[in-house]
Ligand binder design. Sequence first.
Ligand code: FAD
Length: 385
Amino acid sequence: MGSIEDFRSEAHDWIEANLPSELRVGNRKDLPKELLGAWIQAMASRGWVAPEWPTEYGGGGLDRSHAAALRAELKAFRAPVVGGFGTQMLGPTLLELGTDAQKEEFLPGICKHETKWCQGYSEPGAGSDLASLQTRAVLEGDEYVITGQKIWTTGADRADWIFCLVRTDPEAPKHEGISFILFPMDQPGVEVSPLRLIDGSEDFSQVFFNGARAKASHVIGPVNGGWTVAKRLLQHERTTDGGSEGGITGAQKETYADVVKREVGFDNGVLADPVLRQRLASQEQEAAALSLTMRRAREEARAGQTARDIGSLGKYRWANMVKGEQDLAMLALGAHGLGWEGPGFEDTQLERTRAWLSTRSDSIWGGTNEVQLNVIAKRVLHIPE
Ligand SMILES: Cc1cc2nc3c(=O)[nH]c(=O)nc-3n(C[C@H](O)[C@H](O)[C@H](O)COP(=O)(O)OP(=O)(O)OC[C@H]3O[C@@H](n4cnc5c(N)ncnc54)[C@H](O)[C@@H]3O)c2cc1C
């Protein structure tokens, strides 16, 4: 595989040659579609949509150190992150718990970024208490027929497929009658109804199943053994999101620190407001500490030296951190942060207000902050109930 230095230099040159300047701005929602599509294809052709997955499925076949070097280079270029539910959650779960046939069927579509996935976990009566879910799946021949409702399903209106928790044995204790199943969204028994978030976007939906069909061969893990699969996927979700690089929200033209510096200004080379100066320094320290802590925790987890649920710690601290960053930007903006639309506010100010509102959800999705604290107490610190 060659030395890390050589690989990093090769990756640098390749990114320089393939990443257009218009895309060197992080994960913005308004990136030019054609350029983004070409960039994703270029990444997929190298297996770099899923750098650590085996090459037989279209992954990059890199070891952890080479993959980390690649991510560092991509981050240095502010390249948009290519991936989503497929690469971050379903793929790693399939690699561990799927059959060979399931891996062959689903992983290449994820590596090519051709199949978009959504996550059908939450229901109106089952959020934190996820095992109370009621969506039913009944076996008819070699297919399951699915009836019920999911809610807060991010990207459901764009997704090709859903990974879904369904109740296959209503008589069993609640954790023991659940299965983890995959099925296509584009079929008569699936209806998607978008919901508006507080930041004005319509990024998630209610999803209704009325006789939706799934192949029995698309159950991942044992029938009625889906709870274990579901928990493993959540560990990946919490690790990849919460435990990733600290301080990145990525969606804005400016970072929160840029906003503070611009709005407050400088006095003798230091930020003019001593209170905001202190808050900014604390935020930056938190970001650096979280990044280092999670890097260490990931290494320890891979070596089997710490609990897999350590991702909950990262998710909890990350959620508080990004909310704190946006709070600080809003403090610096003052009345300029109160705009929603129309004249009187600059685009960056309007964007910041919505970003602040959007980050309110970061301590809810993927398990609320309170749920993460429960997980840390029970499964990381082993505190008796
Ligand atoms: C932006 C966003 C995107 C989402 N995307 C998806 C998605 O793609 N797919 C999906 O399936 N779901 C998704 N969700 C749903 C998310 O997983 C749930 O909102 C979350 O699990 C909380 O469930 P709930 O909303 O039912 O709240 P509840 O579980 O009703 O919780 C309400 C309050 O009670 C507290 N609470 C509950 N139980 C306990 C406890 N045991 N101890 C202490 N406090 C407790 C919670 O912390 C919370 O403050 C998304 C949510 C958001 C905000």
